[in-house]
Design a protein around this ligand. Structure first.
Ligand SMILES: [Mn+2]
Length: 193
């Protein structure tokens, strides 16, 4: 992307017909949990729906362990296979997000948890409503904005998590859902069972 070589957007990774099928699957058949969690004795409302799926034995402290680890579903395995073939690398986990409408969002963050290792490459697929993806340098007044089309694959190179933060802000005029799958590779520390 202009000004941000650590981001690469592949449009049409899934075509419109595939997007319609997959969006329908995630909205109607995927088992979403409630977005209210109890954490340290207080209720915490996540402004989106999320599930986390990983290979056996993979654990991740994302969001202070709010999320249970689920097995892969057949649909998620199909998508993972396509991403892995395209990128020629493996992913052992995926975070699945549903932004139900423009009120759902994610604040400024970097995906740089220690379990993702020093060089976290993340592959992000979008289905459904187009939402702006904002990014800004951590230590400089540089920022940018991408629109993520349905069926697109956004490749975030490791340096993106080191040097930038990103967000998907609220957008009042959006009343359609966006599904976002972020494939990751969690590194299990040696000696931990
Ligand atoms: Mn993120």
């Amino acid at each position: 992307m202009p000004g941000c070589p650590e981001l690469e957007l592949i449009t049409g990774f899934y075509d419109a017909r595939q997007c319609a099928v997959l969006l329908g699957h995630f909205l109607q058949e995927h088992q979403w949990p409630d977005n209210r969690y109890l954490f340290a004795g207080r209720e915490f409302v996540l402004p989106r729906l999320q599930t986390w799926h990983a290979d056996p034995g993979i654990r991740y402290s994302y969001s202070n362990n709010l999320l249970e680890t689920r097995p892969w579903t057949p649909v998620l395995l199909d998508i993972r296979a396509k991403v892995q073939t395209f990128l020629r690398r493996g992913f052992n986990s995926v975070l699945v997000n549903c932004y139900r409408d423009g009120a759902d969002h994610v604040g400024w963050h970097a995906d740089n948890e220690p379990e993702l290792g020093a060089e976290p490459l993340i592959a992000s697929i979008s289905f459904g409503a187009e939402r702006p993806f904002l990014y800004r340098r951590k230590h400089a007044a540089v920022s940018g904005k991408l629109i993520l089309p349905s069926g697109s694959l956004l490749i975030m190179q490791p340096e993106f998590q080191h040097a930038w933060r990103h967000s998907v802000p609220r957008q009042a005029d959006i009343d359609q859902a966006r599904i976002n799958l972020t494939f990751r590779n969690v590194i299990q520390p040696e000696g931990v069972d």
